[in-house]
Design a binder for this molecule. Structure first.
Ligand code: ADP
Ligand code: ASP
Ligand code: MG
Length: 595
């Protein structure tokens, strides 16, 4: 008998009537011949209200007590949902995270799932019951209640779908699917029929609040198709699956992380191990940093900038300041008035000029870019929060995200391909019996054919990045990594990018022309660099990846010149001479995570 998991979010269970409507959907699925597991969130804005209440009592509430409190929201919903099913003439049993046997680690407020025992659910289902599970919560080794992080009910639902081998996981919410960007922010956003796991994971991690990012890690690892749809209608929504909607469109979606903050540590001694100390201190607090830009050292000092969610600013400063003092670095600067605009698309890895296109759109909208980072499937620009909305609209429009691509696929066309990838079986077995949310790597690669160019003293004005990358792109040079950051003294910025080694002479010529035209301070280059890529699932949110990586390279005296991160890959640039050794060391450091 086929099994489906249905998840109802907060607005979908906000009052008695909505709870009854959700219960009707579950009963209908059961009458259609499915076994039904329902996952529910706290009613309406209950979680927000509980958080607010906690802060009225204690400015800095202990995380354990926070989880004890927040888990009550979901407990209310499951009981009411079970009653609703009962009232409508079917049988249901409600279960808390602990009762389902959702075991997590002990990192309160952001716990990761280790295992789920399915016996009880399976038995109840076979008795013909609809099983109503509390989302967002679990218990640790010592039976303490934990929660998975805001939005975590999605992760409960997809995790249950994975371990129960569900046919599909339906996410009922207050929008009728996944859009090219948040439709409440840009009304011109377009609903897509299908989107692939990798793109959705990256979008969710960059701020597309419609799905909890970690739920997509589960879906991808275990091959669970997700159907995001409206609670308030019966029309089909968006399927999150293996395939992308279009193979030709370089960008599939855009996001705005409105409340982002930046910290820059100036004058960090440019020796192996310094980035390690800074980022380890942050990663230990389980904060994922995103845009990381390290200026290539001049006079033995480097400036390191990075961004993270604004709510973590206090924690980040508390972690970084002592390390900066210890290292004898210069001042630590912060800016909490910034937002991050990103575009995501699998096809951009195969196309030239995507970054240039985005920078041009931002320049034409009069938006200044403070920082840039790219990775194989995303480009992010940090902008002043005041300009965030205009920036999002500009990139959404320039990539014509409001229009359906000509080669757009539909669910019916890809439905047949949704079975598990054969070489995943071993991995899935291991994860099932061990750690469901464990770090999962798929490979480590070395690309020795790279060269770097750095432009120093670039004027900090709208349009300069666009002009630079237009010049490079027009010459047919394929640019791989790009980073732009603030300079310490004079309000200018520096831009570093990598190209194939044989394109270096041409790229250098262009760079020197630009130097003349814009009176840049200097053009530096390094023909002897290599890129190491660690690939897997959920790499940015598993903060241990960055820690292991930095620790391994630093202990061998290997300096990290550039770094970029996405949920799919972490890339670091090192000197060519050290790259083979770096590869060997990383392979052994990450051996236990490689499938
Ligand atoms: P739930 O309570 O059902 O989990 P959420 O509020 O967590 O609902 O998620 C749904 C919301 O996500 C929508 O109301 C929408 O404003 C927002 N959202 C953000 N990005 C997107 C996107 N790309 N597509 C659809 N909705 C999005
Ligand atoms: N109730 C929790 C929250 O508001 C979990 C969820 O809704 O997914 O974050
Ligand atoms: Mg949600």
């Amino acid at each position: 008998m086929s099994l489906i998991v249905q998840k109802f979010g907060g607005t979908s269970v906000a009052d008695a009537e909505k709870i009854l409507a959700a219960a009707r959907k579950a009963i209908r699925a059961q009458r259609d011949g499915h076994q039904v597991v329902v996952v529910v969130s706290a009613m309406g804005h209950n979680t927000d209200l509980l958080i607010d209440l906690a802060h009225q009592v204690d400015e800095d509430p202990p995380a354990r007590e926070m989880d004890m409190l927040l888990s009550t929201g979901e407990q209310v919903s499951v009981a009411l949902m079970a009653m609703a099913v009962h009232a409508l003439g079917s049988e249901a049993v409600s279960l808390t995270g602990g009762q389902i046997g959702i075991r997590t680690d002990s990192s309160y407020t952001k716990a990761r799932i280790r295992s789920i025992s399915t016996e009880r659910i399976v038995r109840l289902l076979s008795e013909g019951k609809i099983v109503i599970c509390a989302g967002f919560q679990g218990i640790d080794e010592e039976l303490n209640i934990t929660t998975l992080g805001r939005g975590g009910s999605d992760t409960t639902a997809v995790a249950l779908a994975a371990v129960l081998n569900a046919e599909s996981c339906e996410i009922y919410t207050d929008v009728d699917g996944v859009y090219t960007t948040d439709p409440r922010v840009l009304p011109e956003a377009r609903r897509v029929d299908i989107i692939c796991y990798d793109e959705m994971l990256e979008l969710a991690s960059l701020g597309a609040g419609v799905m909890h990012n970690r739920s997509i890690e589960f879906a991808k690892k275990f091959g669970v198709p997700i159907h995001v749809r409206s609670s308030f209608s019966d029309i089909p929504g968006t399927y999150i699956v293996r395939e992308s909607e279009s193979d030709s469109s370089p960008v599939s979606g855009a996001t705005l992380t409105r409340d982002e903050a930046r910290v820059t540590v100036f004058g960090v001694p440019d020796i192996p191990g310094t980035s390690l100390r800074i980022f380890s201190a942050i990663a230990e607090r389980r904060i994922s940093v995103d845009m990381i830009v390290q200026n290539v050292g001049r006079s033995g000092k480097a400036d390191i900038s990075f961004t993270f969610p604004r709510a973590e600013l206090k924690a980040v400063l508390a972690a970084v300041q002592p390390v900066a003092n210890d290292l004898g670095a210069g001042r630590v600067e912060q800016d909490d008035q910034v937002s991050k605009v990103s575009v995501v698309g699998l096809a951009m890895a195969r196309q030239a000029g995507v970054a240039q296109h985005m920078f041009r759109a931002l320049a034409d909208a009069g938006v200044n870019i403070q920082m840039i980072t790219t990775s194989e499937i995303k480009i992010s620009a940090l902008v002043d929060r005041q300009h965030a909305h205009a920036a999002l609209r500009a990139v959404h429009s320039t990539f014509q995200l409001d229009q359906r691509p000509n080669d757009a696929k539909t669910w019916d066309q890809v439905r047949a391909n949704q079975h598990q990838h054969p070489d995943m079986t071993k991995l899935v077995e291991r994860l099932r019996s061990d750690q469901l949310e464990a770090l999962t790597l798929t490979g480590i690669e070395l690309d020795g054919d790279q060269a770097r160019i750095t432009l120093l003293g670039v004027p900090d004005q709208p349009g300069v990045a666009a002009e630079i990358f237009a010049a490079v792109g027009d010459a047919g040079v394929f640019v791989d990594m790009i980073v732009q950051s603030i300079d310490s003294d004079d309000g200018r910025t520096s831009i570093t990018f990598t190209v194939r080694r044989n394109a270096l002479p041409l790229a250098l010529k262009i760079a020197r022309d630009l130097q003349q035209r814009h009176a840049l301070t200097a053009v530096q280059h390094d023909p002897e660099i290599a890129k190491l890529s660690v690939s897997g699932i959920g790499l940015r949110s598993h903060t241990s990846v960055a820690m292991i990586l930095f620790r391994t390279l630093a202990s061998a005296g290997i300096n990290v010149q550039m770094i970029n991160t996405s949920e799919l890959q972490v890339n670091v640039v090192v000197a060519s001479a050290q790259s083979a050794q770096a590869l060997r060391l990383l392979e052994s450091a990450f051996a236990e995570y490689l499938s």
